[in-house]
Design a protein around this ligand. Structure first.
Ligand SMILES: Cc1ncc(COP(=O)(O)O)c(C=O)c1O
Length: 374
């Protein structure tokens, strides 16, 4: 069976010594100040708080999970969705039309661990219009694009450790620009927790349950839903509640796992799994990978494909033991069904993401490939 997340008990890719997320960030972004958070959304709020005034607006891509704009709203900002192309680049005509004197920031999103196409143009537009560029790299803490750690491309950026490691929470705020660093006034939610808390205990308890229940896919799924906090369950998407739920410092457990993780080995394993999915699905005419290439340095979050029959493909995968292949994302209400965002709507229906995490052996993906063929 291929699980949606790695297990907290999977120690094979972690060890003590000179490893950990800190040393990876120090190595790849030595001049960037960074701070840990429990959630990327709270990191976004704190990063922007000293830079913005209520009534200003932020431009964000329409192809986005609904809760990501909540921190902007808490700061009194208007979120304006810009349309995207099927390459996931911004539709620049649309973006520029929405830009005005009150635009304080433009957000780019490095989808699935890859730099958003058009990143440089977004940065220069932000410069030209004297607003901040926010580099949302929630998906891939370890992606390095041509020598630059993703998340540190803009004036400020974030990344989410929960999408990389078997942890209940964890995110990083990058303050790349001097002005951003000076204006940064961390809230009490910044930094790792100083005590073991409920999140640590709950997570370890449910991970034990997961291991014990590992043989039973249906039970397993229910434990996963608990772990994911309903992340992919459309019925549980209340953006405000999701933002509120993230308002806790990074747990001790997450920090310990982040300190012990072996980033290079994790990235290599994810890349290998990405390439294996590509090979395994190569012959299928009804499934098209979103990315043709896997450039050096990229740490894929998942293997996203566009499927002609997304629901059918997902159930085929489930029958072959792949837990958690899902469509992405659930769109914000104002975007969903809105014809101004036709491409974002189409992609949110067609894209199916397959897990590539470091807890999966490439041979398990090959075995799924054999079963899919039959
Ligand atoms: C593109 C993107 N940005 C930001 C976030 C928010 O991250 P967090 O869940 O750590 O608050 C997410 C989470 O799903 C995301 O997909």
């Amino acid at each position: 069976m291929i699980d949606v997340t790695p297990s907290v008990f999977d120690a094979s890719l972690s060890r003590s010594g000179d490893s950990g997320i800190d040393s990876f960030v120090d190595r790849h972004a030595p001049d960037v100040a960074y701070t840990y958070y429990g959630a990327g959304k709270v990191a976004l709020r704190d990063g922007l708080a000293g830079l913005v005034e209520p009534g200003e607006n932020v431009l964000v891509p329409a192809y986005l999970s609904p809760a990501v704009v909540e921190p902007f709203h808490e700061l009194g900002l208007e979120s304006r969705f810009y349309a995207i192309e099927s390459t996931l680049a911004p539709d620049f005509d649309d973006l520029e039309q929405r830009l005005d004197d009150d635009t304080v920031a433009i957000v780019s999103v490095n989808y699935f661990g890859f730099p958003q196409p058009g990143l440089e143009r977004i940065a220069s537009l932000a410069d030209e219009h004297d607003c901040y560029h926010v580099d949302d790299n929630a998906h891939a803490p370890l992606s390095v694009d041509e020598g630059t750690l993703l998340g540190t491309v803009g004036d400020l950026g974030i990344t989410t450790l929960r999408k990389l490691l078997p942890v209940p929470d964890g995110a990083v705020l990058y303050c790349a620009d001097d002005e951003v660093r000076e204006a940064f006034d961390p809230s009490p939610l910044a930094g790792p927790a100083d005590r073991v808390g409920a999140a640590d205990c709950r997570y370890v308890a449910s991970s034990v349950a997961e291991t014990v229940l590992g043989a039973s896919p249906s039970l397993h799924r229910s434990v996963e839903a608990f772990l994911a906090d309903g992340a992919d369950d459309p019925s549980s998407v209340d953006p405000e509640a999701r933002f509120e739920a993230g308002k806790a410092p990074m747990s001790r457990l997450s920090k310990a796992v982040a300190d012990a993780a072996e980033p290079d080995a994790i990235r290599a394993a994810r890349r290998e799994n990405f390439r294996t999915w590509r090979r395994v699905l190569d012959d299928r005419d009804d499934v098209t990978p979103l990315y043709d290439r896997l450039p050096d340095g990229i740490s894929p979050y998942e293997f996203p494909v566009r499927a002609d029959e997304p629901a059918g493909f997902q159930s085929e995968l489930a029958d072959c033991g792949v837990v958690g292949a899902h469509s992405w994302p659930i769109l914000r209400e104002s975007v969903h069904g809105n014809e101004a965002y036709e491409t974002a709507n189409r992609l949110s229906e067609e894209v199916v993401t397959l897990p590539v995490h470091q807890g999966i052996e490439p041979s398990a993906i090959e075995a799924v490939g054999d079963r899919l063929e039959h």
